[in-house]
Design a protein around this ligand. Structure first.
Ligand code: BTN
Length: 269
């Protein structure tokens, strides 16, 4: 007799569709058991002229991608439950100014999940100084239209460090018992609302809310381009402000990664 295997995951596709479709006509929700990357798939579809609004969820990604050409690995959860939530939201978007979009997305993710979550500029989600979630935003231009693909990966269950400098955090640390479908239901509609608000109003009105979640504020930071200094929050366009020996510098480039510097070691008496 064959064993039944794991029960199929129940996704809240209909509830999400009902919450989102009235404000995003034509919106659909699609769940795939496996794909290379939800971002890659929606970019492929956009380049083929398919620009409809969609939430694409994958239970597994074989080639998940992160920012700066890194890979995104979901890992394995000991329980057999999905170790992470991986999805991309694709939609036509025409903000007057794109700057700050990734911060607005990060803010929507943390605010919909838990008060303890923080943002590491530009849009990594951290919990107690460990990374919990990552966001990858890509855009495709098709004729006059611009299509945004907003990919989100959230660690749900605790797992090994897997060679990472800092072991990842898991959402179950602050929301015991939460699973990937429940996390998606919390995030999806608020994310769409936040993106639409951003398209209408830009980042500036979100600056105070970002400040409240800013992991780096007041901390010594090291940027991948060699700049070091004290993080001083973000400006109205979402640029990171760093107080350096040469004065206040603005970091706007998505190509620059920033990390909190190691705390000073106590000197011997
Ligand atoms: C990062 O931390 O550098 C960003 C990680 C983004 C991962 C998500 S998972 C869903 C979507 N598909 C991908 O291939 N990447 C994003």
């Amino acid at each position: 007799m064959r064993s039944a295997g794991p029960a199929p995951v129940q996704w809240p596709a209909e509830a999400i569709w009902e919450a989102v479709e009235p404000r995003l006509p034509g919106f659909t929700v699609e769940v795939l058991p496996e794909i290379d990357s939800t971002n890659t798939e929606l970019m492929r579809r956009a380049r083929a002229g398919r620009l409809e609004p969609i939430l694409l969820v994958a239970e597994r990604q074989s080639a998940g991608r992160g920012r700066l050409g890194r890979t995104w690995v979901s890992g394995e959860a000991p329980s057999g439950a999905l170790p992470s939530l991986t999805f991309s939201l694709g939609l036509p978007l025409a903000p007057t100014d794109w700057s700050g979009l990734s911060l607005a997305v990060g803010l929507a993710v943390v605010e919909s999940l838990h008060p303890a979550l923080q943002l590491k500029w530009p849009n990594d989600v951290w919990l107690q100084d460990r990374k919990l979630a990552g966001i990858l935003i890509e855009t495709a231009s098709v004729g006059e239209a611009r299509y945004a693909v907003i990919g989100v990966g959230i660690n749900i269950a605790a797992r090994d460090a897997e060679g990472l400098r800092t072991p990842p955090a898991a959402l179950t640390e602050v929301l015991p018992g939460v699973d990937a479908p429940a996390a998606l239901e919390r995030v999806a509609a608020p994310l769409v609302r936040a993106i639409q608000r951003f398209a209408a109003q830009g980042f500036a009105p979100l600056r105070p809310a970002y400040h409240a979640r800013d992991l780096l504020y007041g901390r010594e930071v090291e940027c991948s381009d060699g700049l070091t200094g004290t993080a001083r929050g973000v400006d109205a366009s979402g640029a990171l402000l760093v107080h350096t020996a040469a004065g206040l510098k603005k970091i706007t480039s998505a190509e620059v990664s920033v990390r909190p510097a190691a705390p000073p070691t106590a000197s011997a008496p």
